[in-house]
Design a protein around this ligand. Structure first.
Ligand SMILES: NC(=O)c1ccc[n+]([C@@H]2O[C@H](COP(=O)([O-])OP(=O)(O)OC[C@H]3O[C@@H](n4cnc5c(N)ncnc54)[C@H](OP(=O)(O)O)[C@@H]3O)[C@@H](O)[C@H]2O)c1
Length: 334
């Protein structure tokens, strides 16, 4: 039995992990923490949650667990990661703290010095289907961002084949839980309901450097990314529509051949038949990523859908845990 702890259980990703771990046949949840609600039952925070008493992070019995999931905001997460690793316990971090390899890039985008730069080199980027080998036995996993998960799983074959000509454009839409539980004016019901809002469009969203970092791993001449996220009036779900202008020599037939066999045995990725598009309905409440491919006017249009709280966060984190401990990868997730 794997023994797990969750730090930051009163947030949306924390709640999803509590639910997933409670259902997982090979994992026991030893503790779940909250700064603001310690001593309370998680049921008081979320009426549908299992009965569970929250403890303060300082009281977390780290010596009693094998792995800790960090469901905290960036910067708070990295300091906690060092404490957990010092106790000899593995860390799966859902925040952005260990996704970027270069601490200067982190500081430029997150506007704080990295709290634990000494750990950056060892963190494994937890895009499970692509980095499965590196994840086996890892001590520290940087769980990818929700937008990067949907975009990178769809884009990796195109980047490796270098079939693009010019910038790649991602037009993405996320449900409001993507912004976390802390209320703000932009996530306020009256602002969101019946509305559709582009935000941080162009080259200013914090997930942009994370995606371009992966581009540089997979392509010798990485394309520029234009990334336009949108907030939609739904609680969850994330869809990226990606436009790639084809380089000469590529046509519709070659593109479909490339994508046909790209994820043949993946339990959580489905490539749809040519011309079909992915939707929220394909993926919500599952750990799946569904990818559609359409070619028109020498342009590939990829549609890639995930549930931001599952494949985009807690589901993928649990999938990574299964890989780290060499359990069946789908365990607790189907
Ligand atoms: N939401 C998504 O779709 C999604 C997807 C991928 C990745 N992520 C990332 O996963 C992390 C958690 O996201 P979330 O959506 O679950 O956030 P959230 O709903 O805002 O919850 C954050 C949690 O952290 C605790 N916390 C807040 N500020 C803290 C601080 N300064 N120090 C220590 N604890 C603090 C909060 O509760 P207490 O005060 O009760 O401890 C809460 O439990 C974030 O880094 C986020 O960027 C989120």
């Amino acid at each position: 039995m794997i023994r797990a702890g969750i730090i930051g259980a009163t947030g949306y990703t924390g709640l999803e992990l509590v639910r997933l771990i409670k259902r997982h046949p090979a994992v026991q949840l030893i503790f779940a923490t909250s700064d603001s609600q310690s001593g309370q039952s998680l049921k008081r925070v979320f009426p549908s949650a299992p009965e569970l008493t929250l403890i303060s992070p300082d009281q977390a019995p780290l010596h009693e667990v094998d792995v800790v999931f960090l469901c905290l905001p960036h910067a708070a997460s990295a300091s906690m990661a060092q404490t957990v690793l010092n106790a000899g316990v593995r860390v799966i971090d859902l925040s952005a703290d260990f996704r970027l390899r270069d601490e200067k890039v982190y500081q430029a985008w997150y506007e704080v010095p990295h709290p634990a730069p000494q750990l950056l080199k060892e963190a494994v980027y937890g895009l499970t289907e692509i980095f499965r080998k590196e994840l086996r036995g890892a001590r520290l996993v940087a769980n990818p961002g929700c937008y990067p998960t949907s975009a990178l799983l769809a884009l990796q074959p195109a980047l490796k084949a270098e079939l693009f000509n010019g910038p790649i454009i991602i037009d993405a839409k996320s449900g409001v839980s993507g912004a976390g539980r802390k209320p703000s004016l932009t996530t306020h019901y009256v602002e969101v309901a019946g509305n559709l809002s582009p935000y941080n469009i162009g080259r200013v969203h914090r997930h942009l450097p994370e995606m371009e970092q992966a581009f540089s791993w997979w392509s010798s001449s990485p394309p520029t990314l234009i990334f336009s996220p949108h907030l939609i009036p739904a609680p969850r779900g994330l869809l990226s529509t990606i436009y790639i202008q084809l380089r000469s020599g590529w046509d519709e037939r070659r593109v479909h051949e490339l994508y046909q066999d790209i994820y043949p045995d993946e339990a959580f990725i489905e490539v749809l038949p040519a011309g079909q598009a992915a939707t929220y309905a394909h993926v919500n409440y599952s750990n799946r990523c569904v990818i559609g491919i359409t070619v028109a006017a020498d342009t590939i249009i990829l549609t890639s859908a995930i549930d931001n709280l599952l494949k985009g966060a807690s589901g993928q984190a649990l999938q990574n845990m299964n890989v780290i401990f060499e359990l069946e990868e789908t365990y607790g997730l189907l």
